[in-house]
Ligand binder design. Structure first.
Ligand SMILES: [Zn+2]
Length: 539
């Protein structure tokens, strides 16, 4: 007798066959198949849950085997499948079609999820949607899940689901399935559909931030084309405030993207509610563990960078993050996955995110602060005109943490300084909704352009694609070359500026990249190794 279960592991998890065999002998339960900690303890929980739900636990020798044997299994999510497998093997759940209550069904192609409390109540498990996806892929169509997981598991419209709050309810569903080939008619309780909350209500509106036109535009280009962005400058400039409002201009996810994003959140145990339809925006704190950010742990749980898949990873005060974490971002920025090393072999996790970095321009944070001419000299500390304490060496060292390799992949670099009085008293600011409309249009164009290629945004174009889709008009080409030479930009910058130019043209719904587009792209790139020069040459 066996039933199917699921263990979260890496990006897909593992489908587990729970086999139960009962024979005469000294009463006891043996679990084989690399069961660890919480799985070994399952026998105590199952025994108590049986008793407290009014069932008799078999007084025989019970062998539980978990297959495949080569995978370590931990966590309490195998409780309910073990309990139901034992019941079926002992004949508590009969299978009349196969000849009466004495003969248990030999196999049930049903996936069962759920932890057991000693009382017999069920607790939700992590990764219910991922479990359903894996099961459907393997041809398993019937599911018994804890009530709390029902909505999540049923996000994929295929499959038949029974939701149970207790062991008793799960037994009833299992029994009905065994006897009739279908679940009881009273399906999972449907939750009332909630009206979607508009993103500006959750994240705030660009219009609430005065000035910062250039930075807002850079965020818009980033949102449209999936480009990476670095915003740097002194505190109080609004770097963080605007970045956190970025979701208010980002495009919604396509159906397949929504399922993939929701699945990863489900695997990480971070899913609240149903399908995630908006691009994720994750902003881990710099004190978060490398495992929390990059993913890992015993079951290779997705980290922040995988939760940011198809969305934004925002690192505020980026230089404060551990150097090894920043270094590790190079792989996903290049390959859209992160590979976690494990003794059993490398485990890849999807991490197709765009990076938004915010940083002070120097360790003391004062580099770039503008002083009003009338301000008394005494208020200006330090020696540089900006009042910064740091030596050029200290500033270079501070920026070296990003390393060229990481900064190389940041196409948009924006100096953010506190707005001056003119900006503060300016006219009406554009609402996020208007920028969001331009972004959606640009995203639609890209969906059409990259159909079937596995590429989603301009930022991820291959060199071949860049050559194909980023042809400049004759005039634009001339202007681009003059700008490149003047700014002494590298060959790597060349292609990335072209891709940004493509996005700027897409924002206008234009096919050709004209001079204005490519020069704007150059403007958003301007920066050498670190921003020291920008502030000290006054450019
Ligand atoms: Zn400084």
């Amino acid at each position: 007798m066996h039933v199917m279960a699921y263990a979260p592991y890496g990006a897909d998890g593992i489908i587990i066959r729970v086999e139960a065999d009962i024979r005469r002998g000294i009463p006891g339960v043996d679990i084989t198949g690399l069961a660890e900690g919480a799985v070994r303890e399952a026998r105590e929980r199952v025994r108590a849950a049986f008793r407290n739900s009014g069932y008799t636990f078999p007084q025989d020798r019970i062998l539980i085997n978990l297959a495949p044997a080569g995978v370590r299994k931990d966590g309490a999510s195998l409780d309910l499948p073990i309990a139901l497998a034992v019941m079926a093997a002992s004949g508590t759940i009969p299978a009349p079609e196969e000849g009466g209550p004495e003969v248990p069904p030999s196999s049930m192609n049903v996936m069962i999820l759920g932890e057991l409390e000693l009382s017999g109540r069920l607790r939700p498990v992590r990764g219910a949607l991922a479990a359903a996806a894996a099961a459907l892929h393997a041809g398993i169509r019937d599911f018994i899940v804890p009530v709390e997981n029902a909505r999540e598991a049923a996000i994929l419209s295929e499959g038949r689901y029974a939701a149970a709050a207790t062991l008793g309810e799960a037994v009833r569903a299992f029994k009905t399935l065994a006897e009739t080939g279908a679940f009881p008619p009273d399906g999972p309780p449907s939750e009332p559909a909630r009206a979607p909350v508009p993103p500006v209500a959750l994240y705030g509106d660009f219009a609430e931030v005065r000035g910062q036109g250039r930075y807002k535009r850079a965020l818009e280009i980033a949102a449209a084309g999936g480009h990476n962005l670095l915003a740097f400058g002194p505190p109080g400039g609004g770097k963080t405030m605007l970045a956190r409002r970025m979701p208010s201009i980002m495009a919604s996810l396509e159906a397949w993207e929504a399922v993939e994003v929701t699945r990863l959140h489900s695997l990480a145990g971070q899913l609240e509610g149903g399908l995630i339809t908006r691009s994720p925006f994750r902003s881990p704190h710099h004190s978060a563990t490398p495992e929390g950010i990059l993913g890992g742990g015993k079951t290779v749980r997705p980290g922040e960078i995988s939760l940011a898949n198809f969305g934004v990873l925002f690192l505020d005060e980026a230089p404060e993050f551990r150097a090894n974490v920043l270094q590790a971002l190079r792989e996903p920025l290049e390959d859209r996955v992160i590979t976690i090393s494990r003794a059993q072999g490398p485990v890849p996790l999807p991490a197709d995110f765009q990076l938004i970095l915010a940083a002070n321009a120097c360790p003391c944070g004062r580099l770039g602060i503008r002083f009003r001419p009338e301000e008394p000299r005494a208020h200006r500390r330090g020696t540089s005109p900006s009042g910064c304490f740091c030596s050029p060496d200290e500033i270079h060292r501070y920026w070296r943490k990003f390393s060229g390799a990481l900064l190389d992949r940041v196409e948009l670099r924006t100096v953010v300084i506190p707005p001056d009085s003119k900006e503060l008293s300016g006219g009406r600011e554009e609402p996020s909704e208007t920028a969001a409309r331009r972004v959606s249009q640009a995203v639609e164009i890209q969906r059409e352009r990259f159909k079937g290629t596995g590429i989603r945004r301009n930022a991820r174009m291959t060199t071949g694609m860049t050559e194909k889709y980023c042809a400049l008009t004759g005039e634009a080409q001339g202007a681009f070359h003059v700008a490149l030479e003047k700014l002494n930009l590298s060959g790597r910058a060349f292609h990335s500026i072209l891709r940004v130019g493509r996005t700027i043209a897409d924002l206008e719904g234009k096919d050709a990249i004209i001079t204005a587009h490519i020069l704007e792209a150059v403007q958003h790139r301007r920066m050498g190794e670190d921003p020291y020069d920008i502030f000290n040459t006054g450019s």
